[in-house]
Design a protein around this ligand. Structure first.
Ligand SMILES: [Zn+2]
Length: 1113
């Protein structure tokens, strides 16, 4: 046949997209012949290329009896393809090209994405390769050698195969399901997950909103197997049933021309199978059936928190072309308002609440929710019925007022300004969010702007939107650890304690009355907002093109009182700016009591200003006031026009605040709660924070702060804060669309309002770190306070040197690069230690080192051994690495360090971090890249041998172990030996039954009798079980093999949970080296006292080189 007929037809759906003013990307939307839709993005300036595929199926499509299927498929899809069967080929390829990948599963979508370097240094000379313009699917011509070297080309090739011919490799199945299980365990103690699932579990079974979306080993492996299912084939069936080209939206962003990108997309994605599947809908019922409404659900959170949530059923605005007027924006703008007259302002003044937020979402096509979430004070908890009434009274108020054009215009105006000056987002964030947006029914020309801009004032639609806020279609959640206390049920998947009841008649009547209030019955404290004076009107940017944007700010004032850093934007051209002011004062953190008083002071200033500054916030101007070890920090950022107005208000409040006892009480309760709640954070967060604390000379631990709180009174804070302002050194960074005069004037504002004396340099707080001596090995351990926490964690830190050593910094960065993929592959993928596995460099105030962090059900001591074993593997990797691979790692790291700044904020952030670290090394990234460029493989081997290798006599190590209360060490003493034995035998029997094997208890126990169960002899236990299965139960060999495969992993979690430390000598795992014994830290102050301290930061170049001083105004 003539080849002409076979050329796939590509439809262009849009060749221009409505875009922000400064966006120099070009866009094209196409549809391949298999109905796969793709957005091509040519970005001439990007240094990262990226792609994302969004598949229009998610956890709502899980089988009712196999929750987590969609999520499991998302994990398994990456395990090898026919073209690239090696399971970690994809990630190795990405890492070698400065990239990474990730994915997520939603309720109706699954999103996959990656990023890589936009170009490879090697092909710099063949740039004209992209000139071979190809607009059709002529395969041979496209695979020219120049393409093959382009990182994006190779990545797209590998990526597309996951959607064409995934293998679902049998041998990776168990491991990936364990990764899913570990992910679920990580979420088990998280209130976000728990409360989300509680609402889902208490909704109708007729709608898949009811599903448990993550899945775990029981739902995805053990139970289906017990029902006789071949789970691998179930996952493949799910994929076959739901994955289809017409449900896929692809976004590809690269440096190449749109024509080149199009040719690649055609080349790689035309082969995705099109099954012409319909869009998924669930129309039988909404997420809540009638009997699920008008309920109150009382739930007990893990963290100390109190909240009242009111959820209404709402329309799906995505469905009915409502993108033009988006009525929810009008409604949530008013309900969520925090200025005078708002719900929050009123209930805050009553001392009942701290935070109110409101939002809408689409649950599934045709069904939405509108949720009002109110964070309560202890008094507010008692008044939750009153607060609910106030909410309904305010809704009555909005309905009485009717749609107001000027309010809509204010919203429309701000949305337009925000879109017009929207800066580029990083490549991966752009591709993954946009591929998701493509699932929506927006005109393709409006893919970027459709949801961000409101276009039409439509009174009828606003009224229709408001008509969903009724007294017959809501439900209420009340969350608190104390109230009402009589929770009588437990949610199935997370174990959340709760009670559900009908809204009592009297309460329902009160709500209905509130909603039917006449205008005169509504409390006068509630009223519509006033006009917002913060909306910017001047949006001009003076553009002065420069050849190369400056990489350093200038020092335009440098005297005893003030250091003022300034850079006028020279590349992003948005009417925005940021200013950060640090008032240096060592008093801030000199004792834990001072730290607590300072924190209370900053929170009180926030509390005082929140009503006033809300207008600024919604007009795109944000502020913050907080403390660090150096002193107090004030920042204001956003549209620069009204910046000085807000800054003046913040400074005046800081200076003059009169602390009201009733506000003090509320703020103090909040801070106590945040300290207490921190104890319930994830174990890895604790180990990461403690390892920094153990190495620091200043800064206090959570316990130390908490201990001071009861002794702090309102009078003390009132007396204390003026001392923080009395004598300070002022350091300012002013950056963006500002003139020098603006920067100087705002700095003078600080001096005029605060009126401080200058703080001489000799009195500035000096930052230092403690230095771990050569050859040292320390471990500090701590038990996690959450009794239900199942995870342990370890932070394993190897000291390398001081931060201001560019050569060591370069080597550490390169180690970070070389080690990250193998660490993930060994510790997470192969050994399945846990979902959280990180490795890389860790910086302190002045020193740095290499760290490995793992959160796991396995004991911290076991993790310690596995990290040692991994370091032996890594050592060999580096020694045996081919020169080509070594160079590619170097290139990858250099690319990362030289990555372009994406927007104004990222440049501000970079300057700010170099100022606050006090090295003022604005060119550190360039210095790092240069340092990496010169490292030889032999130097890396020597570096590793000295600082990292477990055999090295020079290395200096500090580990932090966070131990779960359910860990063997903690559990063992709580159980008698007989109990332990009994429970273990029981669990083994139960899991055999679950995997479909009948159990003769006596015979099995007889086999187990000869094994040292309590000694954790895992291999012995496994052998006994297998003997029982073969000789006593006489089950088929196939089945025995399956059990043999699962047993070690089962035992490795069952035994520790019952207080037995597992003894493994798995011959498949890399061997554990002998290392010298560790020194346990018993007394932290003594430990700290025994160590030397580092030098404090000194600017890397004389600051006068940055000076460009102006005569004083
Ligand atoms: Zn996952």
């Amino acid at each position: 046949m003539g080849s002409l007929d076979k050329k796939p037809l590509v439809k262009v759906l849009a060749d221009k997209l409505e875009k922000p003013e400064l966006d120099n990307r070009s866009y094209r939307v196409i549809q391949l012949s298999n109905e796969l839709e793709a957005l091509l993005v040519h970005d001439p300036d990007t240094d990262k290329a990226s792609a994302s595929v969004n598949v229009g199926v998610g956890s709502f499509s899980d089988d009712d009896d196999m929750p987590g299927m969609a999520h499991a498929v998302e994990h398994l899809l990456f395990m090898g393809t026919e073209k690239y069967p090696v399971e970690n080929d994809y990630n190795q390829y990405l890492t070698a090209h400065s990239g990474y990948s990730n994915a997520y599963t939603g309720s109706t979508e699954t999103n996959y994405f990656f990023e890589v370097a936009a170009s490879s240094e090697d092909v710099g000379s063949q740039k004209n390769g992209s000139g071979n313009r190809l607009t059709n699917g002529d395969l041979d011509a496209v695979t020219s050698p120049s393409n093959a070297d382009l990182p994006l080309y190779g990545a797209l090739d590998r990526f597309s195969q996951f959607f064409i011919a995934p293998l679902f490799l049998e041998e990776t199945l168990d491991r990936e399901l364990r990764a899913v299980d570990s992910e679920n365990k990580k979420n088990l103690q998280s209130d976000n997950w728990r409360m989300m699932q509680l609402d889902k579990s208490l909704s109708t079974k007729k709608h898949p909103y009811h599903h448990f979306s993550t899945g775990n080993l029981a739902t995805l492996r053990d139970e289906p197997r017990a029902r006789g299912l071949d789970i691998r084939s179930e996952f493949m069936k799910f994929h076959a049933k739901h994955y289809s080209a017409n449900r896929m939206k692809l976004v590809v962003l690269g440096k190449e021309s749109l024509d080149t990108l199009q040719s690649w997309v055609e080349e790689f994605f035309s082969a995705v199978d099109n099954k012409s599947l319909p869009c998924l809908r669930w129309d039988e019922s909404g997420p809540y059936a009638e009997e699920d409404l008008l309920k109150i659900i009382f739930a007990k959170p893990v963290m100390e928190s109190r909240s009242l949530d009111i959820t209404f059923t709402y329309q799906d605005e995505e469905e009915n072309n409502l993108y033009l007027c988006q009525p929810h924006r009008y409604i949530t703008h008013l309900i969520g308002h925090e200025g005078p007259g708002s719900i929050l302002a009123y209930i805050k003044a009553l001392g009942w609440a701290n935070v109110l937020s409101v939002g809408t979402n689409t649950v599934s096509p045709g069904f939405g929710q509108l949720t009002i979430d109110i964070r309560l004070t202890p008094d507010g908890l008692e008044k939750y019925e009153e607060i609910t009434k106030i909410v309904f009274q305010y809704i009555a108020l909005i309905k009485h007022a009717g749609p107001q054009r000027w309010i809509f215009d204010e919203i429309k105006n701000m949305k337009e300004v925000d879109f017009r000056f929207k800066e580029k987002s990083p490549a991966t964030r752009f591709t993954s969010t946009t591929s998701s947006t493509m699932q929506k029914a927006l005109p393709r020309e409006l893919l970027l702007s459709g949801e961000r801009v409101v276009r039409e004032y439509n009174e009828a639609e606003i009224e229709k939107g408001l008509s969903w806020l009724r007294s017959d279609n809501y439900r209420i959640h009340v969350t608190s650890q104390e109230f009402p206390g009589d929770w009588d049920q437990k949610e199935k998947w997370y174990g959340t304690e709760y009670r559900i009841q009908d809204v009592p008649l009297a309460f329902q009547e009160a709500i209905t009355n509130a909603l039917n209030s006449k205008p005169e019955d509504i409390p006068k404290e509630l009223h519509m907002p006033h006009k917002n004076d913060f909306v910017p009107t001047q949006l001009t940017v003076e553009r002065k093109e420069v050849d190369t944007p400056s990489k350093v700010p200038k020092l335009i004032r440098n005297d005893d009182a003030v250091r003022l850093w300034y850079k006028k934007d020279d590349q992003f051209w948005v009417p925005k700016a940021s200013i950060k002011i640090t008032l240096r004062n060592p008093l801030v953190s000199i004792t834990p009591a001072n730290s607590v008083k300072t924190a209370l002071y900053t929170m009180l200033v926030h509390d005082e200003l929140s009503e006033y500054s809300y207008d600024a916030e919604i007009a795109g101007l944000e502020w913050d006031f907080n403390e660090s070890n150096r002193g107090l920090n004030i920042s204001v950022s956003g549209y620069n026009e009204k910046m000085p107005v807000l800054l003046e208000k913040v400074l005046t409040c800081m200076r003059n605040i009169e602390i009201k006892p009733e506000r003090f009480r509320i703020v103090k309760e909040r801070i106590i709660r945040s300290y207490r709640n921190w104890e319930f954070a994830q174990p890895y967060q604790h180990s990461g924070s403690y390892i920094q604390w153990l190495r620091s000379t200043i800064g206090w631990s959570n316990d130390q702060l908490l201990a001071e709180i009861p002794h702090v009174s309102v009078e003390e804070v009132a007396e204390f804060y003026p001392q923080l302002l009395k004598q300070v050194h002022i350091e300012v960074l002013a950056h963006g669309n500002l003139y020098k005069e603006d920067a100087l004037r705002m700095t003078q504002l600080v001096e005029h309002i605060i009126k401080p004396r200058a703080l001489p340099r000799a009195q500035w707080q000096k930052k230092r770190n403690l230095i771990l001596p050569e050859g040292s090995d320390y471990t500090w351990s701590r038990v996690h306070k959450d009794p239900a926490m199942v995870n342990n964690s370890i932070d394993y830190f190897l000291y390398v040197g001081e931060i201001n050593n560019p050569i060591l910094r370069g080597k550490l960065l390169l180690l970070d690069q070389i080690g990250s993929e193998p660490a993930f592959d060994h510790l997470r993928t192969k050994e399945q230690l846990g979902y959280i596995v990180w490795s890389g460099s860790r910086y302190g105030a002045t020193t740095m080192g290499y760290r490995v962090t793992i959160q796991s059900e396995r004991s911290a001591e076991y993790l310690e051994k596995r990290i040692n074993a991994f370091l032996m593997v890594l050592s060999k990797n580096i020694e045996e690495m081919s020169p080509k691979d070594f160079e590619s790692h170097k290139r990858s790291m250099i690319n990362k360090r030289l990555e372009k700044l994406k927007n104004l904020d990222s440049e501000f952030g970079r300057f700010q971090s170099h100022i606050s670290d006090e090295y003022y090394n604005f060119l550190q990234a360039e210095e790092d890249a240069e340092s990496v460029r010169h490292i030889t493989q032999q130097q890396m081997i020597d570096f590793f041998g000295h600082y990292i290798h477990p055999d090295s006599p020079h290395r200096a190590k500090l580990s932090v172990h966070i131990i779960a209360q359910s860990s063997p060490k903690e559990v063992a003493p709580t159980l008698s030996k007989d109990d332990q034995l009994e429970k273990i035998q029981n669990t083994i029997e139960k899991s055999l039954v679950a995997s479909g094997v009948g159990v003769d208890t006596d015979k099995l126990r007889a086999r187990l009798a000869n094994v040292d169960i309590l000694g954790g002899d895992q291999n012995g236990i496994t052998a006994a079980i297998l003997t029982y299965l073969r000789d006593d139960a006489q089950i088929p060999e196939e089945h025995v093999n399956m059990v043999a495969e699962q047993a070690p992993q089962l035992l490795s979690t069952v035994l520790p949970a019952l207080g037995v430390e597992v003894q493994t000598d798995d011959k498949n795992l890399p061997p554990v080296p002998e290392v010298k014994a560790t020194t346990w830290i018993e007394n932290v102050p003594e430990f700290k006292a025994s160590l030397q301290v580092s030098t404090a930061p000194i600017p890397v170049v004389d600051l006068s080189t940055f000076e460009e001083l102006e005569p004083k105004l």
